[in-house]
Write a protein that binds this ligand. Sequence first.
Ligand code: SAM
Length: 267
Amino acid sequence: MAPELFKAFSELTYRHTGIVLADGNEHLVAGRIRGRVRALGLAGAPEYLALLRAGGPELDEFVNAITTNVTAFFREPEHFKLLHRAARKKAAEGRSLRIWCAAASSGEEPYSIAITLREALGDSADRCSVFATDINSEVIEHARTGRYEQRVVANLGDDLMARHFERDGDLVAVVPATRRLVTFSTLNLIEPAWRLPGGFDIVFCRNVMIYFDRPTQAGIVSRLTGQLRPGGLLLVGHSESLAGLCPGLTTLRPSIYQRPLAHRRAS
Ligand SMILES: C[S@@+](CC[C@H](N)C(=O)[O-])C[C@H]1O[C@@H](n2cnc3c(N)ncnc32)[C@H](O)[C@@H]1O
């Protein structure tokens, strides 16, 4: 792909998703849009760019094609141990958890959260909720089905498989009791105002910050902080330290941040 064409696709991507496509990703972009160019019967990438610039629904398809959706059940497992402990503690206080999974991809992460809540709380997990969002409408559609190939769940172990999955033809499906804890929606993290119920105890925003530059990260973290209840936790991926980006949060560990219980007044 010619440098000017790559630059144009990069700018479009940045404007609509916040994702920074560094130089050297020409092949990646060419590969990601190839299917759309073919499906639309276009001559090539320049024609596709012209179509995107004209606006309209193809922009969503472009975003779906350009985002990287790699995920896994119980990825970075320490966060799920923390979640298990937090759920038990809240339950002992007679309270439930409201959780937002803000880059949910095809559902493996929010269903891992739901499984953890069920394991920790049994039937009482019904009082908890997991709101799962992603910019990519295609992965959210997949996530809603709760259906996965066998290889995706291969490492989960017999006990979790027996309690949280059922056979569905060649696939496996998350059982309704676990699935109903999660609701899915599309949401773009770089939008300035999110229409959200707010007041979350834990926000999982993992392995997405890495695609954004510092100003975009800072804006998102500031708005995520506003979505947390006092004492609430923000979890990011293990390689995504927010050092210097979250003045309103206390760093518990490089991937775990907490909104203080009460703000001290400046004297
Ligand atoms: C690498 S996946 C990480 C999935 C999951 N959080 C995990 O840790 O396994 C990154 C996800 O972020 C989503 N994403 C990228 N830009 C986004 C944006 N501006 N708003 C919301 N989601 C975005 C992508 O669509 C993708 O599903």
